[in-house]
Design a protein. Structure first.
Length: 126
């Protein structure tokens, strides 16, 4: 069975902050792979990498990893830092059995996170 995890990032009054909501699965829920992950964004725009507009960027999904320590540099491409540089707003993950964490990080046209950072809460909390 496929479940949707909705992750919401928000921007308000010109100050970036993150707010994550999960409609399903809830923290600690057991789900079968594949898991559909839907990204939400409020107050900013989504565009493919390389497209430069103010307050516009694209999603990066951190799977089973912490936010990188240096957010002044472009995010690397790894199995744990997944880039959605075509402007995608959802994905389906095939994850092996076990506990996993998910977190969204929003970045600009060059894959560099915004300052202040637009990052969701890590779900589920480790």
């Amino acid at each position: 069975m496929m479940r949707a995890l909705t992750v919401l990032l928000a921007l308000s009054c010109g100050v970036a902050f993150a707010d994550q909501t999960a409609s399903a699965p809830k923290d600690g829920a057991r789900v079968a792979s594949p898991v559909k992950v839907v990204f939400g964004l409020k107050g900013m725009g989504v565009a493919p990498a390389g497209i430069k507009f103010d307050n516009t960027g694209h999603h990066h999904l951190l799977v089973d990893t912490a936010v990188p320590s240096d957010l002044t540099q472009p995010l690397p491409v790894t199995d744990n830092i997944r880039h959605f540089g075509k402007g995608q707003t959802e994905t389906t993950l095939d994850l092996p059995p076990g506990k996993h964490t998910l977190q969204l990080l929003f970045a600009d046209a060059t894959h560099t996170p915004f300052t202040p950072n637009v990052v969701s809460r890590r779900s589920p909390s480790p």
